[in-house]
Design a protein around this ligand. Structure first.
Ligand SMILES: Nc1ncnc2c1ncn2[C@@H]1O[C@H](COP(=O)(O)OP(=O)(O)OP(=O)(O)O)[C@@H](O)[C@H]1O
Ligand SMILES: [Mg+2]
Length: 616
């Protein structure tokens, strides 16, 4: 009945619940129910139809039980073959109609459930797209995937399983009780008095079972994380190169074994109880035979054999749904847990606040100013990644930022397009604080070539169109020429339609970089940020990339995180960043004269290329 949701109560725990388990136990609260109802509401006409189908098919399903009395009394004992055949035929038809109706009801509820999960998945994906960059660096990818897949998948079983089962069993109970009282009130009361025997043992079982389910879900997150990390191109390469296959396998097997045992525990949690209750269900009819028999034979009550037969049939019809309803308390708690987990994600605010009265400037001059910018990745970090950084880049001028690894160079590039917001100070474009500018406008006007280039799987063309989905082949080709990747693309048998592979793995590092430069050229922003890859490229690739970025530096306001002397030399100004602070600034020659960090970097980091630079 509760498709996908494991039914069953829970073996009453001998161990008291820990505080964590109590805290994590989902609560069935009004606000939560209202919120869940909000998702059902748009489908109310169909949901009412579902309830109606359930009602009618339950009613019809009770009919044969009612007819058994007449089959016994009038057909068998009365000896009337015609009536016997007629009643059996009628019962048969009613059963068929009832089953046809429940097929229709299944289809309807599956339809509604699928449409609701469709809505929720889309909403979740949109929400995840709006999440801050920080969210993705802080949270494990596996968790987001579980919310998208198994949690939202759980909603579907909640609706087509738990919810319909709840309605159906409640209706069955009510109908059975009415039918019992219509047959014989003394026997009906006797049958109902036996019910507490069923109800009492199931008390307090749900939360315990939930705590197992909660742990199983957390394990599921962990397994998804392991999968998404090890199955990624870079991950599996690392595994091969460090020969960690065995270790990774063991890690996976351990998590898998833990989840398996949790799943078994969860299934078994209610097993004893169910066996007990199952026995009680069968005691009901026996008790009715006994009690009814006594009344009829000893006390001469006005009862027929048919009446007792009907009552026995009805009591089974009553106990089964009561049993289901009792088992369902766990499913309901579990359902609430599913919704709680989903809503928890929905409620994470998008990190970067969109300003509703944001400015959308008509054009961009390209004046960039960092004014006393301080930035911390998280409150726990004692030393800020950037500490009082101030500099100005005039329109169409370029600055190179150099400094040792971890100085905060990449951090500067993340702040300008508001992947993060500054912790102190401000960043201004044409005199406007970036937080006052329309986020879409801001990001549309910034082209960022990141330190490690990312391409989506697909063709070269698809990746380039990412910048401007309407770009013509001609524009694409021009951009490719400017980025020095045109000849390479032309040499490929499939040209622009070449598949780049997962993350662009089929291309070399230099090719990927030039493609990402072409992608930024196609975007045609007023500000360019170029975070030069630290990985060393061969001198031909380096020259090609150099030739690709130099014209950009001349035409646009640019900030270049430079690791190569040739790039530094192409910029108008140089900032030296160290430990999140700007320690030196000036031209190449001024800084060499100064004899500080720049000179030291020049002599070590650029040692090899420095001699080329000097030759040039
Ligand atoms: N997402 C993050 N969360 C927390 N700390 C971070 C994060 N990214 C970077 N950091 C820390 O902030 C500091 C500055 O990092 P950043 O990436 O800006 O260095 P970088 O100058 O670009 O170095 P490199 O030359 O090696 O690329 C480092 O100490 C780093 O550990
Ligand atoms: Mg960096």
């Amino acid at each position: 009945m509760a498709a996908g949701m494991r039914g069953g109560g829970g073996h009453a725990p001998s161990r008291p619940l820990t505080d964590e388990e109590k805290k994590n136990a989902p609560k069935l609260t009004w606000p939560l129910l209202k919120r869940v109802a909000g998702y059902l509401l748009p489908y109310w006409p169909r949901l009412i139809l579902v309830a109606l189908c359930i009602f009618v098919s339950s009613f019809l399903a009770l009919m044969p039980a009612m007819l058994t009395g007449r089959i016994v009394d009038e057909g068998l004992i009365g000896g009337d073959l015609n009536i016997l055949l007629l009643l059996i035929g009628a019962s048969f038809c009613v059963l068929i109609i009832s089953n046809l109706l429940s097929v229709f009801e299944n289809w309807l509820s599956a339809w509604v459930a699928q449409h609701i999960t469709f809505d929720m998945r889309n909403k979740m994906f949109r929400h995840l797209l709006d999440m801050s960059h920080g969210f993705f660096t802080e949270n494990r990818q596996g968790e987001a995937i579980t919310r998208m897949t198994s949690d939202i998948g759980g909603v579907q079983s909640v609706i087509s399983g738990t919810l319909t089962s709840l309605v159906q069993n409640s209706i069955l109970v009510i109908l059975a009780v009415i039918a019992m009282y219509r047959t014989n009130w003394i026997l009906a009361t006797a049958g109902i008095l036996l019910l507490p025997l069923l109800i009492l043992p199931t008390k307090q079982a749900g939360v315990k079972r939930w705590s197992i389910a909660y742990k199983a879900q957390a394990k599921n997150d962990e397994i998804n994380q392991i999968l998404s990390e090890t199955m990624s191109v870079s991950g599996q390469m690392l595994i091969k190169l460090f020969q960690r296959e065995k270790a990774e396998y063991n890690k996976y097997e351990k998590a898998n074994a833990e989840m398996t045992s949790l799943n078994i525990k969860e299934t078994m949690a209610g097993r004893w109880l169910r066996a007990m209750v199952g026995t009680l269900v069968h005691i009901g009819p026996l008790a009715i035979y006994l009690f009814g028999g006594l009344l009829m034979l000893q006390y001469g009550q006005d009862l027929t054999v048919g009446d007792i037969t009907v009552m026995v049939a009805l009591i089974e019809r009553l106990y089964r749904p009561v049993n289901m309803l009792l088992n369902m308390q766990v499913d309901i708690i579990r359902s609430m847990a599913v919704f709680t987990r989903i809503f928890e994600y929905y409620d994470i605010p998008a990190g970067i606040k969109k300003n509703p009265e944001a400015l959308v400037p008509k054009s961009l001059d390209g004046l960039v100013e960092f004014r006393n910018v301080t930035f911390r990745y998280s409150a726990e970090n004692k030393a800020p990644a950037l500490n009082g950084v101030s500099f100005v880049v005039e329109p169409r001028r370029s600055v190179a930022v150099v400094g040792p690894s971890g100085a905060g160079k990449t951090t500067i590039t993340s702040l300008l397009p508001r992947l993060y917001d500054v912790s102190g100070g401000g960043i201004f474009i044409d005199g406007h604080d970036v937080r006052d500018l329309d986020l879409a406008w801001l990001r549309a006007n910034i082209g960022l070539v990141t330190q490690d280039t990312y391409l989506f799987s697909g063709t070269i063309r698809e990746n380039l169109l990412y910048a401007d989905h309407a770009a013509s082949d001609e524009r694409i080709m021009t951009a490719c020429k400017e980025a020095n990747i045109y000849e390479f693309i032309r040499s490929l048998p499939k040209g622009l339609d070449t598949e780049v592979g997962n993350r662009g793995i089929k291309l070399s590092g230099g090719e990927r970089q030039r493609l990402s430069i072409a992608r930024v050229i196609l975007k045609n922003p007023g500000l360019i940020i170029f975070d030069e890859a630290t990985s060393s490229l061969d001198s031909i690739s380096e020259k090609l990339i150099q030739a690709a970025i130099e014209p950009l530096l001349k035409a646009k306001t640019s900030i270049v995180i430079a690791h190569r002397l040739s790039t530094i030399m192409a910029c108008d100004d140089i900032l030296v960043l160290s430990g999140g602070k700007i320690t030196e600034r000036g031209s190449h020659h001024e800084l060499l004269e100064l004899g500080g960090l720049y000179r030291a970097l020049y002599e070590t980091q650029f040692g090899e290329s420095a001699s080329h630079g000097m030759d040039a």
